[in-house]
Design a protein around this ligand. Structure first.
Ligand code: RFL
Ligand code: PHB
Length: 389
């Protein structure tokens, strides 16, 4: 088999890149290790920056998003019982859109099917070869048969646990990592959201987040120790803990019900440099991870896709390799800003096991400054709605 670009990973990065390239007339094959059902069952991000919305529109996959997405002009921050609002509309004039990653992925798969794009599901033992040469190729096994695809370029969109990053030799790669001493226990429930907007809460008992997917689907999180196991958390225990961490008014009106998903995610910051090696480009979680506090993971994957899409389009359609040569530098410049914002939000809102009295006062001062200072609110809003590409 031969194609122009092999895309490893059929998550949001790989699918969005493939749709954009298909529209530009560039051939791709997507190799996904799991089934479509498995990928669509993963409950993850919920907040889309305007830049990502625009990219989805450009890929012709935003009809349902434009109909069903909820536009949010602000968010609430609660610190113990003091709640204030960051007004995106006033501060930067740009909203975010609430629309689940699951739905984005479903729309991308539907579009891919409709346009005849090729996706190989359950592709085992994907292996990248001769990435530094002009003739790279990818091998994999499907239904017990070994297969080979020759190509011009490879896009490594295979997430944090993928094979692409590991293909880059250790002496070329520089990795930066910070692991946080807690995780997020998240639940999904078919109940109306407790508020029209998201509530990020720093409480004495730890962080909590009230989010949503639609008018009858809520997503809630509480900070938990890394040693906790999902089985140890009954629904009742979760709702009780959430109520104790969010503002009283919200706790009083919270509608609870059976949860339909419950999981624990560890929090980590991670970046690998460079994001390109020979004819391999890393994109999304394959190259970087952020703690979810700033809602930046999926959105930063989208900005990588933007840079890579333009680089490849310029190569094939305009005979220009400038985008290809500068991909890693341009993508990383924005990645690090998203890393900084996510790290800052995480530090601002969580209770750390080793937090000293001084550390806590710093957090309180940071929160009070944000509450009272318009420039600080504007800086937060600019980052939250997404820095320009
Ligand atoms: P993905 O989604 O991990 O997709 C990678 C795909 O590659 C496949 N794969 C392979 N395929 C072939 N061969 C191999 N060897 C392969 N290895 C892996 C996998 O099966 C998968 O289908 O990465 P991608 O596309 O870069 O997308 C990144 C986003 O998924 C991620 O950044 C976000 O979900 C992070 N994230 C959040 N981001 C936000 O912007 N806002 C949020 O609110 C938010 N909440 C979250 C999150 C991530 C979470 N995790 C990781 C558990 C909440 C959670 C709980
Ligand atoms: C979510 O709805 O899953 C969500 C929203 C905002 C975040 C993280 C997760 O910062």
């Amino acid at each position: 088999m031969r194609t122009q670009v092999v895309i490893i990973g059929g998550g949001p990065s790989g699918l969005l890149l493939s749709q954009l390239l298909l529209k530009a007339g560039v051939e791709t094959i997507v190799l996904e290790r799991k089934t479509r059902e498995y990928v669509l069952a993963r409950i993850r991000a919920g907040i889309l920056e305007q830049g990502m919305v625009n990219l989805l529109r450009e890929a012709d996959v935003a009809d349902r998003l434009d109909r069903e997405g909820f536009v949010h002009d602000g968010t609430l921050i609660a610190s113990d019982n003091d709640t204030f609002r960051i007004d995106f509309a006033k501060s930067v004039g740009v909203p975010v859109v609430v629309y689940g990653q699951t739905e984005v992925t479903r729309d991308l798969y539907d579009a891919r099917e409709a346009t005849g794009g090729e996706t190989v599901f359950e592709a085992d033992d994907v292996c990248l070869h001769d990435v530094k040469s002009d003739a790279p190729y990818v091998t994999f096994r499907k239904d017990g048969r070994d297969q080979r695809i020759d190509c011009d370029y490879i896009a490594g969109c295979d997430g944090f646990h993928g094979v692409s990053r590991e293909t880059i030799p250790k002496d070329v790669r520089q990795e930066f990592e910070k692991v946080y001493p807690f995780g997020w226990l998240g639940v999904l429930s078919e109940t109306p959201p407790v508020d029209d907007e998201l509530i990020y809460a720093n409480s004495e008992r730890g962080f909590a987040l009230c989010s949503m997917r639609n008018a009858n689907l809520s997503r809630y999180y509480v900070q938990c120790p890394l040693t906790d196991r999902v089985e140890d958390w009954s629904d009742d225990a979760f709702w009780e803990e959430l109520k104790r961490r969010i503002p009283e008014k919200a706790a009083d009106t919270l509608i609870t019900g059976p949860t339909i998903e419950k999981s624990i995610a560890p929090l980590r910051s991670f970046v690998t440099e460079p994001m390109q090696w020979g004819r391999l480009f890393l994109c999304g979680d394959a190259a970087h991870i952020v703690p979810p506090t700033g809602a930046k993971g999926l959105n930063t994957a989208a900005s990588d896709v933007h840079y890579l899409y333009h680089a490849l389009k310029d190569h094939y359609l305009d005979n220009s390799d400038k985008g290809i040569e500068t991909y890693s530098t341009r993508a990383l410049a924005r990645v690090w800003k998203a890393e900084r914002f996510s790290w800052w939000m995480t530090n601002l809102l969580h209770r750390f096991p080793e937090q000293s009295g001084f550390d806590r006062r710093m957090q309180q001062a940071d929160l009070a400054f944000l509450r009272d200072n318009e420039a600080a609110q504007q800086a937060m809003a600019e980052n939250y709605v997404g820095l320009p590409y």
